[in-house]
Design a protein around this ligand. Structure first.
Ligand SMILES: *[C@@H]1O[C@H](CO)[C@@H](O)[C@H](O)[C@H]1NC(C)=O
Ligand SMILES: *[C@@H]1O[C@H](CO)[C@@H](O)[C@H](O)[C@H]1NC(C)=O
Ligand SMILES: *[C@@H]1O[C@H](CO)[C@@H](O)[C@H](O)[C@H]1NC(C)=O
Ligand SMILES: *[C@@H]1O[C@H](CO)[C@@H](O)[C@H](O)[C@H]1NC(C)=O
Ligand SMILES: *[C@@H]1O[C@H](CO)[C@@H](O)[C@H](O)[C@H]1NC(C)=O
Ligand SMILES: *[C@@H]1O[C@H](CO)[C@@H](O)[C@H](O)[C@H]1NC(C)=O
Ligand SMILES: *[C@@H]1O[C@H](CO)[C@@H](O)[C@H](O)[C@H]1NC(C)=O
Length: 606
C-alpha cells in the first residue's frame, strides 16, 4: 500500500505546504531556510554531534569486559522515499552461537547501535529497524547542517534474545527525498553489541520470551514494515496462530504520529475549523489513543508520549540536545496473558490496531513476546473476568472567531484476569490499565497565540499467582506533562516571527515484587526549550533556540543524573553523575531559568 508522494513526505514536507501564519496549528511546522544552511561548509569547523539524554546502557555486574560487536548493516539513504527498505541477511554472531551451545556464559546484554551522519539541508525523517519483521528501533533523524552532523542511538535489545539467536533479515526503512533544496543524504551503520556472563553457571531467571512474533507487514514493500493508520475508522491487523504451549504473552507496541497528527495534542475541534473556514489546519480535536484488539475485543490501549521530532515547533530547540524520545521512541507493553485461553486452539487470530480520532498518519506495529512451556505440548487457559468499559471523552468548547478555549478530558480503564495451566501449575494473571488525560488549548490574539497544556497519566499493572503464592506484582505509573506556547508576530506577506516555549517530560515509577526479588525505579526527565525565529515561506531564516534538560533516575539497578543545557548549537553546561548518593542530586539545580522556545521549520544556515 504505497502511500501517495504527498503522504510520503510525511512529517516534513507536508508541513512546508501549510501556510504557517494562517491561523493555528500550522505554526508548529517549519524548516531551516536557505540562508541558514546554504552557506558553503567551513572545512575547519567540525560536524555537530546531536544526542538524546538517556541513561547509559551498562552491562550487568559479572559480565565480559568488552562487547562482541557485529556490523549488521551499512546503508546510504538518499532518494529512498517509496523504495524498498535497505536489507541485509542476518546470521547470529559466532559469539552468540557459542554461548547458546554452552561454550560460554549466557547473554547478559544486547545493544543495538545506530550511528549516522549527514550534511546539507534535510527534514527530520522517521525510520524503523526490523529483524525478521520484528521492529527493534523506531527513531527520527537529526536535521543536518552544512558542516555536517553525527549522532548515535543505542537501544537495549536483550529482550529479543530469541530473535537474535536465529538467522533472519535486517531491514531499515528511512524515507528520504533529495533535491536541489533538500540535499542531506543520511549514511548509517547498524551494529549489534553483545555482552555475556563471565562464567557458565547460568542465572536461572529467564526473563526474555522464547519466541517473538512480528505483527507488522511483510517484505517486499516500498515502505516501512509498520501499518499506516490513516483515519479514525481505519483498523490495521494481522492474523496469526500462536504455539499451543504458550503460557505468557506480551504485546509490545511501536507508535509514531506524522503529518496532520504530528502535533495531535494541539489540534482544535472541527467546528472551530469550519466556523473559521480554515482549510490547512488539522482538526479532530486534541485527544488520541491507540487501541489494541484481539479478534475485535479491546485488550489494551496506548496513550502515547508526545514525542516532538527534531524539526518540531522550532527546529533550533533541538540542536544538539534532541527532544525526549525522538531518537529512541518509547514502546508500550500490553500483557495479554489473561486472553490466552482463546488463543491456544492452534487457529489464527486477528491482532489489530486503531487510533481514536486519527488523522493521516500513524505508523504502528507490534512484537508479540511469547513464553513457551518446554515441558508440555499443550497449555490450557480461560478468561475469568474482563472489563473494558469504553472511552469516556469530554470536550468543553468555547470560541468566538479565531479565539477560543477547548478543554478536553478522557478516562479509560481496561482489566482482565485469566488462568493458564502449564507445567508451572495453574497460574492466574491480572493485567490492568487506567488512563487519565487532561488537555487545554487556548487561542488568543486573534488566533496568533496558542497555548497547549496537557497531562497524560497512565497506570498499568500485572499480578500473577498460583495456588500457593503470589508470583509477581508489578506496577508502572507514567505521567507525561506537556506545555507549548507559540506566538506569531510581525507578519508581513509570507514572513513572520514565532516565539515558543516548550516544556515536556516523562515521570515514571515502577515497582515489582515476586520470585525475582524486589525492583524499584523512578525517573524524572524534563525539558524546557525557548526559541525565537523568523520564518519566510516556511523556512527559518534566522533565530535562536535554548534547551535545558534535567534527567534523574533512581533505581534498585543504579542511578543516573544529568543536568545539561544548550543554546545556539553550543552546550552551556553539562553535569552528570551515576552515584546513588543523595548529595549527587541535591547539587542539581531544579529551577529552570532559561529563556524561551516554539514549533516546526527548516533552518537556513544556523
Ligand atoms: C571557519 O571556522 C573557523 C573556526 O570556527 C573560523 O575561525 C573561520 O573564520 C571560519 N571561516 C569562515 C570563512 O567562516
Ligand atoms: C560506518 O562504518 C564505516 C566503516 O567502519 C566508517 O568508515 C564510517 O565512518 C561509518 N559511518 C558512520 C556514519 O558511522
Ligand atoms: C479510512 O482509511 C481507510 C484505509 O486507508 C480507507 O479505506 C477508508 O476509506 C478511510 N475512511 C474514511 C472515512 O476516510
Ligand atoms: C471560505 O474559503 C473559501 C476558499 O478560500 C472561500 O472561497 C469562501 O468564500 C470562504 N467562505 C467564508 C464563509 O469565508
Ligand atoms: C484576525 O485574523 C484573520 C485571519 O488571519 C484576519 O482576516 C482578520 O482581519 C484578523 N482580525 C483582526 C481584528 O485583526
Ligand atoms: C497546566 O495545567 C495544570 C493542570 O491544570 C496546571 O497545574 C499547570 O499550572 C498548568 N501549567 C501551566 C504552565 O499553565
Ligand atoms: C549562533 O552561533 C553562530 C555560529 O554557530 C553565530 O554566527 C551566531 O551569531 C550565533 N547567534 C547568536 C544569537 O548568538
Amino acid at each position: 500500500m504505497a502511500p501517495s508522494a504527498a503522504a510520503a513526505i510525511s512529517s516534513i514536507l507536508l508541513l512546508a505546504l501549510l501556510h504557517p501564519a494562517a491561523a493555528t496549528a500550522a505554526r508548529h511546522r517549519h524548516r531551516l531556510g536557505a540562508s541558514l544552511l546554504a552557506a558553503a561548509p567551513n572545512v575547519s569547523q567540525p560536524p555537530t554531534t546531536f544526542f538524546e539524554v538517556d541513561r547509559p546502557i551498562r552491562p550487568p555486574r559479572g559480565s565480559s569486559a568488552g562487547p562482541c560487536s557485529t556490523l549488521l548493516l551499512s546503508g546510504t539513504f538518499g532518494a529512498t522515499y517509496g523504495r524498498p527498505p535497505v536489507t541485509a541477511a542476518y546470521a547470529p554472531p559466532a559469539c552468540l552461537a557459542a554461548s547458546r551451545a554452552g561454550g560460554g556464559g549466557a547473554l547478559a546484554l544486547a545493544v543495538l547501535e545506530w550511528s549516522a551522519d549527514c550534511r546539507g539541508r534535510q527534514f527530520d525523517r522517521i525510520f524503523g529497524v526490523w529483524l525478521s519483521g520484528a521492529e527493534l528501533l523506531r527513531s527520527c533523524t537529526a536535521e543536518p547542517r552544512p558542516n555536517g552532523i553525527l549522532w548515535t542511538v543505542s537501544r537495549d535489545v536483550t529482550r529479543y534474545a530469541a530473535l537474535l539467536a536465529e538467522p533472519g533479515e535486517v531491514a531499515v526503512y528511512l524515507g528520504n527525498l533529495v533535491d536541489k533544496t533538500y540535499t542531506g543524504v543520511y549514511h548509517a551503520n547498524l551494529t549489534l553489541h553483545l555482552y555475556f556472563h563471565d562464567t557458565p553457571p547460568q542465572p536461572p531467571a529467564q526473563q526474555q520470551a522464547d519466541l517473538i512474533v512480528p505483527i507488522s507487514r511483510s517484505l517486499p514493500l516500498n515502505d516501512g514494515q509498520w501499518f499506516a493508520i490513516q483515519n479514525a475508522t481505519d483498523v490495521q491487523s494481522k492474523k496469526l496462530a500462536i504455539p499451543s504451549n504458550t503460557y505468557r504473552a506480551v504485546l509490545e507496541v511501536f507508535v509514531s504520529f506524522h503529518s496532520d497528527d504530528e502535533f495531535w495534542y494541539t489540534n482544535p475541534p472541527n467546528d472551530y475549523i469550519q466556523a473559521n473556514n480554515l482549510s490547512n489546519v488539522p482538526g479532530n480535536g486534541a485527544f488520541r489513543e491507540v487501541v489494541a484488539r484481539v479478534d475485535g475485543e479491546v485488550v489494551g490501549a496506548v496513550w502515547p508520549f508526545t514525542v516532538i521530532y527534531t524539526g518540531g515547533v522550532n527546529p533550533l530547540l533541538w540542536r544538539p540536545i534532541t527532544g525526549i524520545g525522538s531518537f529512541n521512541l518509547p514502546t508500550y507493553d500490553i500483557d495479554i496473558t489473561p486472553f490466552l485461553g482463546k488463543l491456544l486452539d492452534g487457529e489464527e487470530h486477528d491482532f489489530g490496531f486503531g487510533v481514536t480520532n486519527a488523522l493521516d498518519v500513524w505508523y504502528i506495529d507490534a512484537n508479540l513476546h511469547l513464553w513457551l512451556d518446554h515441558n508440555s505440548e499443550k497449555t490450557t487457559g480461560s478468561l475469568l473476568s474482563y472489563d473494558a468499559s469504553g472511552l469516556d471523552l469530554n470536550v468543553n468548547s468555547e470560541f468566538s472567531g479565531l479565539d477560543g478555549q477547548f478543554v478536553t478530558s478522557a478516562i479509560r480503564h481496561v482489566s482482565a484476569t485469566g488462568w493458564v495451566k502449564s507445567s508451572y501449575g495453574e497460574v492466574t494473571t491480572t493485567f490492568y490499565q487506567r488512563f487519565r488525560y487532561e488537555n487545554s488549548n487556548v487561542f488568543s490574539k486573534n488566533g496568533t497565540v496558542q497555548i497547549t497544556n496537557q497531562t497524560i497519566d497512565a497506570k498499568s499493572g500485572i499480578f500473577t499467582k498460583d495456588a500457593t503464592a503470589v508470583l509477581l506484582s508489578e506496577e508502572l505509573h507514567k505521567i507525561f506533562p506537556l506545555y507549548i506556547y507559540t506566538g506569531t508576530t510581525d507578519k508581513v506577506g509570507d514572513e513572520y516571527s514565532l516565539d515558543s516555549l516548550v516544556k515536556l517530560g516523562i515521570n515514571e515509577k515502577k515497582t515489582s515484587g515476586g520470585k525475582l526479588g524486589f525492583l524499584y525505579s523512578s525517573l524524572h526527565n524534563a525539558q524546557t526549550g525557548r526559541g525565537t525565529m523568523r520564518v519566510k515561506k516556511n523556512l527559518v531564516v534566522s533565530g535562536l533556540g535554548k534547551t535545558h534538560q534535567v534527567y534523574k533516575y533512581v533505581g534498585t539497578d543504579g542511578c543516573y543524573f544529568r543536568d545539561v543545557s544548550s543554546r545556539n548549537y553550543t552546550i552551556l553546561f553539562d553535569r552528570s553523575d551515576d552515584s546513588c548518593s543523595k548529595g549527587a542530586y541535591s547539587r542539581a539545580s531544579t529551577k529552570l531559568n532559561d529563556q524561551p522556545a516554539r514549533r516546526k521549520l527548516l533552518v537556513n544556515k544556523l
